[in-house]
Ligand binder design. Structure first.
Ligand SMILES: O=C(O)CCC(=O)C(=O)O
Ligand SMILES: [Fe+2]
Length: 302
């Protein structure tokens, strides 16, 4: 699968301001048909291959679930996904040019073998990002810091297929009431939405959005690819070693290499050269600047 000129154009087309507002208000966006049928099928074939490799290596769980962190290096198509036109425009549009992927996962969730034990899966992403930078004012929303795209590869058009559940608009609340007893089954919080979607759709979410996995009670295996993007001055979460002698690395564009963590020196992760001035050669910044897409009125696009 090669990146067509059309994809590149789209990758560098600003997002509609209404979508940006919806993302700010709701904490997520559902984008329809971001993958063509052929592209989705090819991604699914790559996932099936990687799934088989993981199972063969004994890295599946008892029910056949695979949750593989740092999966991007496992296929050419996964590397290309980093700058996939219809979605990548949302990444720089919502987070800016100084970004990379700190975290990405491939998820295959077969139908549950038996009813799951009760669990409380509601969380914001980011672990200590929900504590360390906190102020003493519980009403001051936390910073976003990262966002994630979830590509829907299998058919999630009906509920009960293990889709992600979210609380639209809840991302600006720093806490979510927790039931007293989480060892028993509890109803989902008020306002819960299960993100049903068609194969080829994706959803983009702010890491502060309260969300939970759900149990796959259907007969359809759930397949998802998640790619998280964050600031280059935040450390990587996944251990994703990259063989710099591989064809996979050779095939990556300068922007993709930035997104995979490449930088010219340590201070460069902070967006600058050693003189403290912005580095105009950081690949994504350069790409946006040359296309006239930097925007002084949007802080992350300055
Ligand atoms: O698998 C899911 O539906 C949710 C996964 C999740 O919590 C995440 O991707 O941050
Ligand atoms: Fe999460």
């Amino acid at each position: 699968m090669t990146l067509t000129p059309h994809d590149t154009e789209l990758a560098y087309t600003p997002i509609p301001v209404e979508h940006r507002q919806e993302f700010f208000d709701q904490g997520f966006l559902l984008l329809r048909n971001v993958l063509t049928d052929d592209h989705r099928r090819a991604l699914e074939a790559a996932m099936d291959r990687v799934y088989a490799e993981e199972i063969a290596a004994g890295r599946g769980s008892r029910d056949g679930t695979v949750h593989l962190l740092g999966f991007l290096t496992r296929d050419e198509l996964f590397g290309e996904l980093l700058t996939h036109g219809p979605v990548f425009r949302y990444m720089w549009g919502l987070a800016g040019w100084n970004i990379y992927t700190h975290h990405n996962h491939l998820d295959v969730t077969p139908p549950a073998l038996e009813p799951e034990k009760p669990y409380w899966g509601w969380h914001q992403d980011g672990y200590r990002q929900n504590s360390d930078p906190e102020t003493m004012d519980p009403n001051l929303p936390r910073p976003m810091f990262s966002l994630k795209v979830g590509y829907v590869i299998s058919d999630l058009s009906e509920t009960g297929r293990g889709a992600t559940k979210v609380i639209p608009g809840g991302h600006l609340e720093n806490s979510l009431a927790r039931p007293d007893d989480t060892s028993v089954h509890n109803p989902d919080p008020e306002g819960t939405l299960e993100i049903t979607a068609n194969p080829g759709d994706c959803f983009i979410f702010d890491r502060r959005l309260w969300h939970s996995r759900s149990t796959n009670m259907s007969t359809v295996t759930r397949k998802m690819l998640f790619v998280g993007y964050t600031y280059r001055w935040i450390r990587n979460l996944d251990d994703m070693p990259i063989d710099k002698t591989s064809d996979w690395w050779a095939n990556r564009s300068p922007v993709q290499r930035q997104l995979l963590g490449e930088s010219t020196h340590t201070a460069n992760h902070w967006g600058v050269n050693w003189d403290g001035f912005v580095d105009e050669d950081i690949p994504l910044r350069k790409e946006l600047r040359e296309r006239g897409l930097l925007d002084r009125s949007v802080p992350w696009l300055r």
